[in-house]
Ligand binder design. Structure first.
Ligand SMILES: [Mn+2]
Length: 330
C-alpha cells in the first residue's frame, strides 16, 4: 500500500488533505506532516477542516494553514486525501460536496471497516495511529525529509492516540518510531506533553470534581457510571465540550472493567459514552441501545430519563459479564 502511494503521488500537482470533524491530535498531526512532506517533494497542498482546532493543538498549525471546505478551493485540487477517518461522512460537509465529483480520492487511516469509495488507501486497523502510518510512508520515501516540525506533529499524533504510549495498540515498533521522532526532531517528550495536557481551566476541574462525586459502581464493582447534567454545567460555567476524557477516571478504579459516562440532556435524552478494559465489548452494549463504535470505545443515545438509562445499560452490561464468565468456566 505504501509502494502504490509513492509510485502514484507524483502524478498529482495539487493535493487537498482533509482531517476529520471535531479534530484531535492524530488527525491534525497527520495532516500537518503529510502536507509538509508533500510540499518538500514539490507538490502543492491545501489542508482542510471546517471545525476549529482545540486550543492545545493550535501550535501544530504554525506552518500549515487550515482552510474551510469551499467548493472553489476543493475544486482546485487534483487529488484529495482523507486522514484518520475511513468514511466520507466523518469529514463535515465533504460528503455533500463530493457527490457526483470525479476527483481522485485517497485515504490514510487506522480504523476498522473502511468505506469502499477510495481509489487508493493506506488502511491498517492494528496500527496505533494515523501518524504511525504517515511515519512509515515518509521513511519508505526518504527519512531525511522528517524535519523537526514534521517530527513533532507525528509524535503528537502517536502520543494523543495511545494515551501517551499506554494503550493496547502500542507495539515495540510504536515506541521505536517515537524514539526516532524525538531524535530527528531534537526535542524532549515533556515539551509536547506539557502543551497537550496542561491545558485545563479551573472551571473544567471544578466540573470534573462534581462529576467524580457521581461515580457509582455496579455488578460487583465491575461497571462504573459517571455523569454530568445541565445544572453542574451552569454552576461551573462550563459546557459539555469540557467533559473530554471524564469517562477514563472511573475506568482507573481497580477492578472496574467498563465505564459509562452519561450526559443528561433532560427532555432531549441521554448521551452515553462507553469505555472498557480486558475482554468486555462495549460496542455490543451500545448496539443494543441503538449506537455503536469499537470494542473498547463506543457511544449511544438513550431517550431517558436518567434512571432508565442507567438501568438499561447496567442490565445489558451485567448480562455480557455473566456470559463471558460462563464461557471462561467451561
Ligand atoms: Mn487516530
Amino acid at each position: 500500500m505504501y509502494k502504490e502511494f509513492l509510485e502514484n503521488i507524483e502524478n498529482f500537482s495539487h493535493v487537498g488533505v482533509l482531517s476529520h470533524e471535531r479534530p484531535d491530535g492524530d488527525c491534525i498531526g497527520a495532516q500537518v506532516a503529510l502536507c509538509l512532506w508533500l510540499e518538500k517533494k514539490g507538490i502543492k497542498t491545501t489542508a482542510f477542516n471546517d471545525d476549529d482546532v482545540p486550543e492545545n493543538l493550535e501550535w501544530l498549525l504554525s506552518d500549515v494553514k487550515l482552510e474551510k471546505q469551499k467548493d472553489k478551493k476543493l475544486s482546485a485540487c487534483d487529488l484529495l486525501i482523507l486522514v484518520d477517518g475511513n468514511s466520507i461522512h466523518r469529514f463535515g460537509s465533504f460528503d455533500e460536496w463530493f457527490e457526483g465529483k470525479s476527483v481522485s480520492l485517497w485515504m490514510i487511516d487506522h480504523h476498522p471497516d473502511p468505506e469502499d469509495v477510495f481509489e487508493l488507501s493506506i488502511s491498517a486497523p492494528d496500527i496505533s495511529s494515523t501518524c504511525e502510518l504517515i511515519y512509515n510512508l515518509i521513511t519508505k520515501d526518504n527519512p531525511d525529509l522528517i524535519d523537526p516540525t514534521i517530527a513533532k506533529a507525528l509524535y503528537t499524533g502517536i502520543i494523543t492516540d495511545t494515551g501517551s504510549l499506554q494503550f493496547e495498540s502500542v507495539t515495540p515498533t510504536t515506541v521505536e518510531i517515537s524514539a526516532d521522532l524525538l531524535r530527528r526532531g531534537d526535542f524532549k517528550p515533556n515539551e509536547v506533553i506539557e502543551i497537550i495536557y496542561s491545558n485545563k481551566t479551573l472551571p473544567q476541574l471544578q466540573l470534573l470534581s462534581k462529576a467524580l462525586q457521581t461515580i457509582r459502581l455496579y455488578k460487583n464493582n465491575q461497571i462504573a457510571v459517571i455523569s454530568v447534567n445541565g445544572e453542574m454545567l451552569k454552576e461551573t460555567g462550563t459546557s459539555y465540550s469540557d467533559t473530554e476524557g471524564f469517562v477514563n477516571y472511573p475506568l482507573s478504579i481497580s477492578g472496574v472493567k467498563a465505564a459509562v459516562f452519561l450526559k443528561d440532556f433532560y427532555n432531549e435524552g441521554i448521551r452515553m459514552s462507553l469505555r472498557s478494559r480486558s475482554d468486555i465489548d462495549v460496542n455490543a452494549w451500545a448496539r443494543e441501545i441503538g449506537g455503536g463504535g469499537h470494542k473498547k470505545a463506543a457511544g449511544a443515545w438513550h431517550k431517558g430519563p436518567y434512571e432508565q438509562a442507567v438501568k438499561d445499560v447496567i442490565s445489558i452490561g451485567a448480562k455480557q459479564i455473566d456470559e463471558i464468565k460462563k464461557t471462561a468456566d467451561i
